[in-house]
Ligand binder design. Structure first.
Ligand code: RB5
Length: 150
């Protein structure tokens, strides 16, 4: 069963807990790095905690929730090897796994309700990367990352 990690900023602890509990009920091993209150915090700190454990292989996939999902996805995509997708529809959540081999899903607690959030995470964690021509394109994306860091 997949090992997941989830985090959020102050905009999203309630939704993060709902998503975490749903995934645990489905049998996933879910690490919750917080936050646990609505006290103001900085989303890049949480993105870093989640992405570092995906980068080092401790966790297979990450889920990040902030107000819009955008700040989290921007911060996540600054991490080498992280392919984060900000999604608010299930088609995109499914296709970003199938075609982009995304390893972090982001969404906004001020954008999606709990029902849609659960559909988004289910679509994300249940979809396999298709490889083939999509592997070629993902390799090209990662080559951009290597060249930018050189
Ligand atoms: C916090 O107010 C908000 O800016 C944050 O949750 C997120 O939406 C940033 O992208």
């Amino acid at each position: 069963m997949k090992k997941l990690i989830i985090g959020c900023d102050h905009a999203a602890p309630e939704l993060k807990n709902i998503v975490r509990d749903h995934l645990i009920a489905r049998g996933f091993d879910v690490e919750d790095v917080g936050v646990h209150t609505t006290d103001s915090c900085h989303y890049p700190d949480i993105a870093r905690k989640v992405c570092e454990k995906v980068q080092n292989g401790e966790r297979e996939m990450g889920i990040l929730v902030c107000g819009t999902g955008i700040g989290m996805s921007m911060a996540a995509n600054k991490h080498t090897g992280i392919r984060a997708a900000c999604c608010s529809d299930t088609f995109s959540a499914r296709l970003t796994r199938a075609h982009n081999n995304a390893n972090v899903l982001c969404f906004g607690a001020r954008v999606v309700g709990a029902g849609l959030a659960l559909d988004l995470v289910d679509a994300f964690v249940d979809t396999a990367f298709e490889g083939g021509k999509h592997q070629t394109r993902v390799d090209m994306v990662m080559q951009i990352e290597r060249e930018q860091k050189a």
